[in-house]
Design a protein around this ligand. Structure first.
Ligand code: DGL
Length: 267
């Protein structure tokens, strides 16, 4: 097969999305909006969720195991739609795979949040692991002179999403407790630094009140994915709408149904 034929074959492959569970669907929906003709494979590792409270080595190993599965299925690009897995593993994933395919990660969307006003107070919600890692500290340092940045670890929030519990009293109570220390001196912006959180954005916004701007990195990561595909000459020339295949490590059909629901009906 000639190099051109090989490239054309590769262009037809789906783009692989992975997350510790269902959170990456908040990134995938942005990717579909931007690239409606591409095919996608979504792999949620719900059996091992949450990643964000585990040690870094364990998260790295779990991430690699999922990535190997996606590569075996055949993908032309890899989007690590998980802030935690990105923090723990993106460097070594790139080292190992980016000669073959583009490898895209995600990080908390601090840039737009620090611009909401002059010297704003910005709360960054993420998993304990993401906020502990060097990657986040470097990012925080970059914006430190433009805003007061407050990291807020949210252990327990991912589990609501994994259960499909996107609203209701228990979730509101959980969030009220989480935000209680920031009620007196209000924050101006909140960054959703875990891909699960945009799936409960409405409830988060309800508890915060309408005066607080809420940001996530989904659309930015989708744009970066397209940009990388172009760089590797891997954009599909399909003319019909693409497809999404769902996989979940629990092998539970209810999780596949929930994945489809979150992708198609929650925004
Ligand atoms: N969705 C993931 C993230 O973006 C992690 C959730 C987890 O702790 O498993 O950080």
């Amino acid at each position: 097969m000639s190099e051109t034929d090989k490239l054309q074959e590769k262009q037809k492959l789906p783009i692989g999305f992975m997350d510790s569970g269902l959170g990456g669907l908040s990134v995938l929906r942005e990717a579909i909006k931007l690239m409606p003709k591409e095919d996608f494979i979504y792999y949620g590792d719900s059996l091992h969720a949450p990643y964000g409270v585990k040690p870094q080595v364990e998260i790295r190993d779990l991430t690699f195991a999922v990535v190997e599965k996606l590569l075996d299925m055949g993908i032309k690009g890899l989007a690590v739609a998980c802030n935690t897995a990105t923090s723990a593993a993106i460097h070594i994933l790139r080292e190992k795979y980016q000669k073959e395919i583009p490898v895209i990660g995600i990080e908390p969307a601090l840039k737009p949040a620090v611009s909401v006003k002059e010297n704003p107070r910005v709360l960054v919600m993420a998993t304990p692991m993401t906020l502990r890692e060097k990657k986040f500290h470097n990012l925080m340092q970059k914006f430190q002179d433009q805003a007061e940045i407050i990291p807020l670890p949210c252990p327990g929030l991912v589990e609501f999403v994994e259960r499909g519990e996107l609203s209701g009293e228990a979730l509101e109570h959980f969030l009220k407790n989480l935000f209680a220390p920031y009620q007196e001196r209000k924050v101006d912006a909140v960054v959703l630094g875990c891909t699960h959180y945009p799936l409960v954005r409405k409830t988060i916004q309800k508890v915060l009140g309408s005066g607080v701007a809420v940001f996530d990195g989904g659309a930015g990561t989708a744009r970066e994915t397209l940009h990388k595909l172009k760089e590797y000459s891997l954009v599909s020339d399909a003319v019909t709408p693409g497809t999404v295949q769902f996989y979940n490590s629990t092998e539970d059909q209810a999780m596949i149904r929930l994945s489809r629901y979150l992708l198609e009906h929650v925004n």
